[in-house]
Design a protein around this ligand. Structure first.
Ligand SMILES: [Zn+2]
Length: 141
């Protein structure tokens, strides 16, 4: 769980990352900030591609940056967009990507950086497939 001070910083970092979004096709800017267990904050933005299917979301950008820098345990991820009238939550792919690394807080923050919806990786993906499922007994039939 993040402290209030960490949350404030995460909101700012996500908002700054949003400004770096490469979203020339959708024009839908998304920023993310990921709080690692050791207190490190990793930012992410969406990165689109002319071959649309290659587009990567802000959350997955943050996760992959963190993993590549040696962080595998997370406390909180914050996501923000330019949408003012509702909370934008992570897409299905990002929910699955996040639950891979356990249950932690997810904040979806409006552009005012004040209003937010708080959830967790587990609550956002009930009945999820997790690494533990790979260890379940299996039949060879
Ligand atoms: Zn996504």
């Amino acid at each position: 769980m993040a402290t209030q001070e960490q949350l404030n910083k995460l909101f700012e970092v996500a908002n700054e990352a949003k400004k770096r979004a490469y979203c020339k096709y959708s024009n839908f800017r998304v920023g993310a900030a990921l709080l690692c267990e050791d207190g490190t904050i990793i930012s992410g933005c969406n990165v689109e591609n002319g071959s649309y299917g290659l587009t990567i979301c802000a959350e997955r950008t943050a996760y992959t940056k963190a993993i590549s820098e040696g962080h595998t345990k997370f406390k909180t991820i914050v996501v923000t967009t330019d949408v003012e009238d509702r909370f934008i939550t992570p897409c299905g792919a990002c929910r699955q990507f996040g639950i891979e690394f356990g249950n932690f807080d997810v904040y979806c923050v409006k552009p005012d950086l004040k209003s937010f919806f708080k959830s967790t990786t587990s609550d956002l993906l009930p009945g999820s497939f997790t690494p533990a499922d790979l260890d379940a007994p299996r039949t060879n039939n």
